[in-house]
Design a protein around this ligand. Sequence first.
Ligand code: PGA
Length: 261
Amino acid sequence: MKTNKKIVIGNIKMNIITRKDREEYIEALIQESKSVDYEKLSIIMCPSLVHLENFSDNFSDNEIEIGAQNIHWESKGAYTGETSIEMVNDLGAKYSLVGHSERRQQFNETNEEVNLKVKSLLKNKMIPIFCFGEAREERNSGVTKEVISEQIADGLRDVSAADVSNIIFAYEPVWSISDGVHPAEIPTSDEIMEVKILVKKIVAEEYDEDAAEEIDILYGGSVTSENVKQACIDSGVDGVLVGGQSLDPKKFIELVNVLGE
Ligand code: PGA
């Protein structure tokens, strides 16, 4: 669903712990985001589920939109510890991350489960932010394209041509996502551009050229205000998915505003 705006998604992960932290964060984000030019930019924040309702309420008359970090594909039932799409949607979320590498690696989320989540979100008129990308070993052994092609083919299985353009694609190479251990590293803008071309090619082959034109493709992994030009503008993608730097509203909005220049 292409717009000419750059999309910036803040993935807060399991951060912002207390209600006090949340209040301070939201207040700072409201203040800082006054400088954002929403003609050129759109912002989607993905807080923890326990903070989601509060984020939605605070940003309901603001341009910032809200997404979940995870959902279950079933609408209700005996799924202890899970949260349905209808639940987060009712609290104001219009988006959800799907297939983030931390879920794939730490919670054994499979391509099949990612596919169930994508289809269920689309059925409920929510926008999946579909994350994919290769691990360091896969990159080193030269199978990046194969891995990405499989993740996309499996993740989009049985998604209609009309629906595919309602998905936001987020290329997140696992090796570039900050883990607090390894120094931050991001692909070159050419490497990101190659993945963008690959995704468009896959979508054009599976669906058609129009669908490939319509999709938004983002980059994510160690994005900061210093490297966001390389990661997004030079590579020609439609936006970025930001983890670490979204935890500080001032730095986050600094990063956002680089894309609005
Ligand atoms: P990072 O996280 O910006 O902290 O590397 C990105 C992500 O995991 O979505």
